[in-house]
Design a protein around this ligand. Sequence first.
Ligand code: FMN
Length: 301
Amino acid sequence: MAELKVNINGNEFKNPVIVSSGVFGYGREYEEFVDLSKLGGVATKGTTLYRRDGNPGKRIVEVPSGLLFSVGLQNPGIDYYIENELPNLLSKGTNVLSNIAGSDIDEYVAIVEKLEETDAPIIELNISCPNTSGAPLGTSCAGTEKITSIIRKMTKKTLIVKLSPNVGDIAEIALAAEAAGADAVSLINSIHAMKIELGSRRPFFHNNVGAYSGEAIFPIALRMVWETASKVKIPVLGIGGVTNGEEALQMMVAGATCVEMGCAIFRDPYAPLKIIEQMNEWLDNNGVKDINEIIGSVKPW
Ligand SMILES: Cc1cc2nc3c(=O)[nH]c(=O)nc-3n(C[C@H](O)[C@H](O)[C@H](O)COP(=O)(O)O)c2cc1C
């Protein structure tokens, strides 16, 4: 059995597999099936300052090789999370990444002020949500640097900034997050996408556009992880379309220290556990004793 432990900013992960934000809620629905202590970590549903009921209309649809969705950050709000969900998750023997989202800087600040009163060890800052003037903070280097540096000054908790793929050069955005004090970056969030119902000529989602995730985005995510990991010095968490152990290992060879799994869990709630086994098997079959040896080991032409 290879050593699977990895470390991000002093947080030990017993293996690199984390369930990604938004596909696992706060773990309640899954803990009947999955022993959460076997996971490297759980990233919680993106939580905002106040409860949000999410978007009207249809929210999710299966499309070739993935999912289109437009949930609109339905969540019970940070106070509910802190009171009712965080203590349960912290007792499960896994790393908890508190994923937070806001419409503007003030909302992020108010959330982090509340998290500062808790033992939550890791914040995953989702900067992909549109701010009040329309564009997500995370789609520009200036916006990324601004929000990251403000939150960095507020907290000593591990700060992971989750990046949007809907940008020209994701590595530049990652460098801005690093310069502003992020301890790590996670990428990618989902890709803007659309579906139209031909009969009515109406977009499927009331927001007109939605987000695309799932196995189709794996090659795009892998490319972005590689481009980013070869530029930043801080750890990278690879996300996007991972469905099996070999893909998770490709993410790590590209430079990821951890791998987050999203949509694959909808098809098979045991997928994260299977992937951990598959990674182990590949490492054993290929004589790799410690998974850290493969991080960033890609040999570009
Ligand atoms: C239904 C759904 C809800 C999501 N909600 C969030 C969220 O609240 N915060 C966040 O940072 N990412 C959210 N994501 C994005 C995922 O965490 C992940 O970055 C993305 O789906 C790509 O990974 P995958 O292809 O493995 O699903 C959501 C994804 C899905 C499918």
